[in-house]
Write a protein that binds this ligand. Structure first.
Ligand code: NAP
Length: 291
């Protein structure tokens, strides 16, 4: 306990709260900040120290983890007047776990270099359940030395931690992940629509398909939530639109990703921006009736 690094954690939403909890459980001295202070309450009651700004988090810690919403939030947390760099000192390591833009990850790493701070990008996958269970996959951009320095911290909530290359590579790996999920979410929704339209028992369909070649995370995790009419996040529709937008910044033609982007945009326009991504089926199952 005595030798444990002092860890800062910024962003205590669906993912961050659960991840920070694992760090407390592992005995790390924890320093927290979030835009809405009340979300830190449970952690503070268990011994985490509340800080008034990212700047204060940086000044009190050795390593800082961030998982906020959008690239603009990441910029504010790192580069703002009271941001992390305003309170940083040489030898610190900052790890951004937000799903954000590869270009911003490179910019932060370069700014960090000027201040003697290593900045790694390490977006995660595995969803809200993965965060709660501590079984996330972390996709890291940076260098081996930086990763080794924080690996035991990331292991508190990740089962798989892979260095993909230099700064921004973790974000590119995560964009690849989100491109794959464009296929599994649209496929899962069409599978359920087709099966129900043909009179099949959907519980049986999910059970059978997850045991065969069609098995995938979206079907196994979000299929049952749809059958329970649970459209809560999980993973926000608004964040998935952000992620698909990042992937579509590529010069490559990605027609499946574009289709998923258009469908999710339509869903958001219908008022589902704050729902979970499984709400995609609501484009067709309005009030539980296919129209
Ligand atoms: P969330 O519940 O919206 O959490 C984001 C948190 O960041 C919120 O608590 C928010 O504060 C805080 N925040 C935003 N800007 C801030 C700022 N400038 N200073 C301090 N705190 C700030 O979202 P989430 O579901 O945890 O997702 C977080 C990130 O992880 C997103 O980039 C998402 O794409 C990614 N991700 C999510 C999942 C998932 O399944 N949920 C899976 C993998 C990756 P408020 O409390 O004031 O809103």
């Amino acid at each position: 306990m005595q030798n444990k690094k002092r860890v800062g954690f910024i962003g205590l939403g669906v993912m961050g709260q659960a991840m920070a909890q694992h760090l407390l459980d592992a005995g790390y001295p924890l320093f927290v900040y979030n835009r809405t202070q009340s979300k830190a309450q449970a952690l503070v009651e268990q011994g985490a120290k509340w800080c008034e700004s990212p700047r204060q988090v940086a000044s009190e810690t050795d390593v800082v983890l961030t998982i906020v919403g959008y690239p603009s939030d990441v910029e504010a947390v790192y580069l703002g007047e009271d941001g992390l760099f305003a309170g940083s000192r040489e030898g610190q390591i900052f790890v951004d776990l937000t799903t954000s833009s590869p270009k911003l990850a490179i910019k932060l790493s370069e700014q960090g270099q000027e201040k003697g701070v290593k900045v790694l990008d390490a977006p995660v996958s595995g969803g809200d359940l993965g965060a709660k269970r501590g079984s996330l996959t972390a996709m890291v951009g940076g260098d081996q030395e930086g990763l080794e320095a924080v690996e035991s911290i990331l292991k508190c909530f990740s089962h798989s931690i892979v260095l993909h290359g230099g700064p921004g590579s973790g974000q590119h790996a995560k964009a690849s992940n989100q491109i794959m999920i464009a296929g599994t979410m649209t496929g899962m929704v069409e599978t359920l629509r087709y099966a129900r339209a043909n009179g099949l028992d959907l519980d049986k369909v999910i059970q059978t398909l997850t045991g065969g070649a069609a098995n995938n995370w979206s079907l196994a995790n979000y299929g049952p939530r749809i059958l329970n009419e649970d459209y809560s996040p999980g993973f926000f529709v608004k964040h998935y639109i952000k992620d698909l937008g990042i992937a579509l910044e590529s010069e490559l033609e990605l027609p499946g990703t574009q289709l998923a982007y258009d469908l999710y945009q339509k869903l958001s326009d219908l008022g589902y921006a704050d729902a979970g991504t499984q709400a995609l089926i609501k484009l067709w199952w309005k009030d539980e009736a296919e129209d």
